[in-house]
Design a protein around this ligand. Structure first.
Ligand code: FAD
Length: 513
């Protein structure tokens, strides 16, 4: 980390979340002589840069890191430190620690809008605050024209340090998995059966847990790369381009407001699904699909208490040697075209709804079910940008246009019925009805800079994430994902970033030879 800002690099990256970090990592591995600079508008909040806040042991320091991530005008004075607070909060404008909501423009009259739309601004992006669930997409969630998708997903799992069995020994986890499998596995392809949730987490021999953030994606190879520079507190206000080719960045130093330009042969914009199209718009790069095909994953939650568990027989932790932590025991119900929901089944360390004072549940016996749907993708769902009004950063103000279709309402109703059915297979419901969050609460916004097989006006970038008609400009993040998905998107977005970074490495090596 340094305040030194290079004036001329081979590759300039905007945004330090997992996808921006993936570009830095792959380029450091495959093209170590390339000069790379990464610019992040938010501050450095942890060490090494990009570390997940849950790895900060001191609660006050963790809360401080979360507050510092909440953008230019933090909303509210919530000082809670648990990133899953609000899991069962019915507020339509649920805000998670470490994130900030779109202040206005999130809903137009007569539309559903995205009241939950949120962002993070810090080194590490939302990847410093996320839950780390990394399921692979299946069936229609997959991008059919990417023949090497499984290779890319495997590479993304390496970068994020994904472990599919980190909490297999958590109290009652295998019992939960067995009940889910009995209820759901019949007729499923073996690769899409109930399983432990792959998580971006390292479980150490002594029981400690380290959550993957961008620090893990950067890895030692990026940190040791003398040709890599990470610049925090630096807002990128324009992508410079000329004659259909990326040329560099215009940057505003958030410390003193000074502006400077950085020349670059290749530019990567990895600023999340709202700010990546915003920066392209501000740079007068406005393909027809920019900001369109916006889709979020409608999310329904429900909580049950496991029935008929014998704490002595079923709990491997009867002596309390392995304390249950938030997210211990996370099981996965994969999306399939026949059962088009992504299920995340998390054993909780506390009940999300109040229980009687003398009712202290055995750890692991309260289970939260989260069912995500894929949304109908339509061009009219979009983020628009103003040519006159600006946001708190002075960037073009956003307006979200977003409607749930009849199909969406039907799939949400089906997800609600499914989660109740699955909950009944596990135990007794804590609430009579599941809770469906308002649009945007999943934090999984996609499509705004979507990938396409051809440049037919319905996509922004090619299968290697290079923006159509602007050579050397790449986009990254969940906004690149072109398919409607229900599963958590970060693994897929990092996989697509791997393909883009490999493409840049090839270009640089060809140009040099
Ligand atoms: P981000 O992580 O959002 O990073 C983008 C960065 O770019 C930000 O730091 C931003 O400040 C910076 N930036 C933007 N514009 C500019 C600019 N103009 N100049 C300079 N910098 C800029 N996903 C999952 O897959 N699984 C989960 O279990 C999961 N759980 C989550 C739980 C929580 C509580 C939260 C908050 C998120 C969760 N997510 C989860 C979502 C996940 O964090 C995101 O999908 C992921 O971080 C996206 O990575 P990214 O690199 O595309 O963008």
């Amino acid at each position: 980390m340094t305040r030194h800002i290079p004036a001329d690099v081979d590759v300039a990256i905007v945004g330090s979340g997992p996808t921006g970090a993936a570009y830095a990592r792959i380029l450091s591995e495959e093209c170590p002589t390339a000069r790379i600079a990464l610019f992040e508008v938010g501050p450095l909040i942890s060490d090494p840069p990009g570390t997940h806040v849950k790895n900060i042991a001191n609660a006050d320091e963790r809360a401080r890191a979360q507050r510092l991530s909440e953008g230019p005008s933090p909303l509210g004075d919530d000082t809670s430190t648990n990133t899953m607070d609000g899991y069962a909060d019915a507020a339509p404008r649920l805000v998670r620690p470490g994130t900030f909501l779109l202040r206005d423009g999130y809903q137009q009259p007569g539309e559903d809008g995205l009241p939950g739309a949120a962002m993070s601004a810090n080194v590490g992006g939302m990847g410093a605050h996320w839950t780390g669930a990394c399921p692979r997409p299946g069936d229609s969630e997959r991008i059919s024209y990417l023949n090497n998708l499984d290779d890319l997903l495997a590479e993304a799992e390496r970068l994020l340090a994904v472990d599919a069995h980190a909490f297999d020994d958590a109290p009652f986890a295998s019992e939960v998995r067995k009940r889910l499998a009995d209820a759901l596995d019949n007729g499923r392809d073996p690769t899409r059966r109930v399983a432990s949730m792959p998580l971006a987490v390292v479980r150490h021999d002594d029981g400690r847990v380290t959550w993957s953030g961008s620090d893990v994606v950067f890895g030692d190879v990026t940190r040791a790369n003398p040709n890599f520079t990470l610049v925090s507190d630096a807002l990128v206000t324009r992508v410079l381009h000329a004659n259909g080719r990326a040329a560099g960045l215009l940057i505003k130093d958030m410390a003193d407001g000074t502006e400077l330009t950085v020349s670059a042969r290749q530019v990567v914009v990895a600023g999340d699904s709202l700010r990546t199209p915003q920066l392209l718009w501000a740079s007068n790069i406005r393909p027809a699909a920019l900001g369109r095909y916006l889709n979020d994953q409608p999310q329904t939650v429900y909580a049950v208490r496991l029935r008929d568990v014998d704490s002595e027989a079923d709990n491997p932790d009867v002596d309390g040697d392995t304390a249950i932590v938030a997210h211990s025991g996370v099981n996965w119900v994969p999306f399939t075209d026949d059962e088009p929901f992504h299920g995340q089944v998390m054993q909780l360390d506390a009940s999300p709804v109040p229980l009687a004072d003398d009712d202290i549940p055995t750890p692991g016996t309260i289970v939260g079910l989260g069912w995500f749907c894929a949304k109908d993708v339509q061009a009219s769902d979009r983020v628009e940008f103003s040519d006159t009004d600006v946001d708190d950063y002075g960037m073009p103000a956003m307006s979200i246009h977003y409607r749930l279709t009849d199909n969406d309402h039907a799939s949400i109703a089906a997800a609600r019925a499914a989660v109740v059915r699955v909950g009944a297979a596990l135990g007794e419901a804590l609430d009579p009805e599941p809770l469906t969050f308002g649009p945007g609460a999943s934090l999984h916004y996609q499509g705004t800079v979507r990938m396409g097989e051809t440049n037919d006006g319905t996509s922004v970038c090619s299968p290697t994430s290079e923006v159509w008609d602007i050579d050397g400009l790449y986009v990254a993040g969940n906004g690149v994902i072109p398919t409607p998905t229900a599963c958590n998107p970060t693994l897929t977005a990092v996989a697509l970033a791997v393909a883009g970074a490999r493409d840049i490495a090839t270009h640089i090596l060809v140009e040099r030879n």
